[in-house]
Design a protein around this ligand. Structure first.
Ligand SMILES: *Cc1c(COP(=O)(O)O)cnc(C)c1O
Length: 425
């Protein structure tokens, strides 16, 4: 599908006059509409809840919008738990899905009354200390079926090579141990494939987890309260791909639910999801300015953002569509590499990309960076993370995180003589 920026060139220039490029901008209207569609697509399940994967876009202003749309939060670290707390979420609005978890984080999650999703059976030893006064009624475990995960269109992943979750035997053993410790309601969680652009992923995953749920409930005589399908629902990063249809996904899960759970007399199991990319990816973009044109063996467009602002292309070779604002309808003038300033040759937002003639000063709009974008930012080469802005429903723009300054970069030297020389105030 054609990718249309939420900003015109004029609007982007107006914003850039106040917040110099590069900046991230998120589209409140898009976020809300999408979240409503997710809730509608699963409305057939009365216990349904989307726990937004905070790591994708850890910004409390974004989280507040999602909370207003009925979402909870999937947190995996102390900082993410604190962000959840900052927007007033606690209790069963927080799913703590972490791995290699430090005890202090389990303690914080426990104090918040969060639902704890255990990654490994050995963690129960640590949790016995955290819950020395008694376990909560509800606990979840993470399942890893091993093997290879296939779908009919060939997309697959390798759960056997993934560090997450427990084997089936361990899931049953963990349920037994938790039951002995007084837990009454059990959840099953699994995340088997990432960025799936297929309406089939959740239904195929659900079939596995529902079957496991029926087996565990029968064999161990326990109450399965929820199935957490976790994240992994992808987005159409390229214009050629077809976007996932969340209504088809919801309907696909409903059919498997009726076939397996309702048929087994388990029609009261809640469905949870922990989507990050699908909730935010399409509703954020990185706006950067062309500042150099270079012609050597290839044609380069140098921009003022770099991989420290958006790591996905460098890290995964990920495609992000680019629109040259104001030149939306101009024909391609050739193939270009769009590059940042890092002293790393993988610092390329696009390779051999057909683009219209770009002049220094043009604004480039890098699409679909709302999830795992700013969040993965880093400071290599002393590069600073950009501001995050929110395009509100009324068209106004709010700064929801300021850009880093050099003082931020130097502040961790703060007890040394160097800090006094480097930090301006
Ligand atoms: C990363 C992650 C998610 C979100 O994944 P997306 O691909 O962004 O949907 C959900 N749950 C867990 C446990 C994760 O680690």
């Amino acid at each position: 599908m054609q990718k249309i920026p939420v900003l015109t060139k004029d609007k982007a220039e107006e914003i850039a006059a106040k917040w110099p490029t590069p900046f991230y901008i998120y589209d409140e209207k898009g976020i809300r509409e999408n979240a409503r569609n997710v809730n509608r697509a699963f409305a057939w399940n009365s216990g349904f809840r989307e726990y937004f994967a905070v790591k994708a876009t850890p910004n409390p202003f974004i989280m507040q919008i999602l909370k207003e749309e009925g979402c909870g939060f999937d947190c995996s670290s102390m900082a993410e738990l604190l962000l959840g707390e900052a927007v007033g979420a606690g209790g069963d609005l927080i799913m703590f899905s972490s791995n290699e978890t430090p005890q202090c984080e389990y303690e914080k999650a426990a104090a918040m009354g969060a639902i704890i999703n255990i990654d490994d059976i050995t963690h129960i030893g640590m949790l016995d200390e955290v819950f020395a006064e008694g376990y909560p009624d509800t606990m979840s475990v993470r399942f890893n079926p091993g093997g290879i995960f296939r779908m009919s269109n060939g997309i697959m992943d390798n759960p056997w090579d993934s560090k997450y979750g427990m084997t089936k035997e361990q899931v049953f053993e963990a349920f037994g141990m938790l039951k002995e410790r007084g837990v009454k309601n059990f959840g099953i969680h699994a995340f088997l494939a990432s960025n799936t652009v297929s309406d089939e992923y959740y239904p195929v995953l659900a079939r596995k987890l529902f079957a496991l749920a029926v087996e565990a409930a029968t064999e161990l005589d326990i109450r399965i309260a929820f199935i957490n399908l976790s994240g992994g629902v992808g987005i159409d990063y390229t214009p050629e791909e077809r976007a996932n249809d969340i209504f088809a996904i919801g309907e696909g899960v409903r059919q498997v639910y009726d076939e397996i759970l309702t048929a087994a007399g388990m029609g009261n199991v809640a469905i949870y999801t922990e989507m990050g990319r699908f909730m935010l990816g399409p509703f954020g973009s990185l706006v950067t300015r062309a500042i150099h044109k270079k012609h050597i063996y290839k044609e380069y467009i140098g921009v003022d953002a770099c991989a420290a602002n958006l790591m996905r292309p460098a890290m995964y070779g990920a495609y992000h569509h680019i629109t040259v604002l104001g030149k939306e309808n101009e024909p391609a003038a050739g193939k270009f590499d769009v590059v940042g300033s890092l002293c790393e040759n993988n610092d390329k937002f696009a390779v051999d990309r057909e683009l219209p003639a770009v002049e220094n000063g043009d604004l480039l709009y890098i699409h679909d960076t709302g999830a795992h974008g700013h969040a993965m930012g880093y400071n290599y080469n002393g590069r600073l993370r950009s501001a995050e802005l929110l395009l509100k429903e009324d068209g106004s723009v709010q700064e929801i995180r300021r850009a880093e300054t050099l003082d931020d970069y130097f502040v961790t030297f703060d007890t040394t003589e160097y800090a006094k020389a480097l930090i301006t105030e």
